[in-house]
Design a protein. Sequence first.
Length: 107
Amino acid sequence: MSWLLLIVAGGLEVAWASVLPATNGLTRPLPTAAFLALLAASMYLLAKASETIPIGTAYAVWVGIGAVGAALVGIVFRGDPATGARLFFLGLLIVSVVGLNLVSGGH
């Protein structure tokens, strides 16, 4: 159950990061409210997941999901560059998070 919470928390991180530009520096009320709600929900689920998953592993997975997810949202929806080097390093990030989980004895 903790891993499911962590994956959802990572997805919510992608969501709040994707909403952030629409806040225009946190000056637009509706996008800012959505950003804050998504951020709070993501943090709450990360906290719940870290009750049974080692915090280093949980945080790395959460950040990894968020970073890769936000980068992919940027590539697919915002026209961010999808260079070979960028995709290679996003893949390397995924491998690193999986490797950290394998060596940390994550539950």
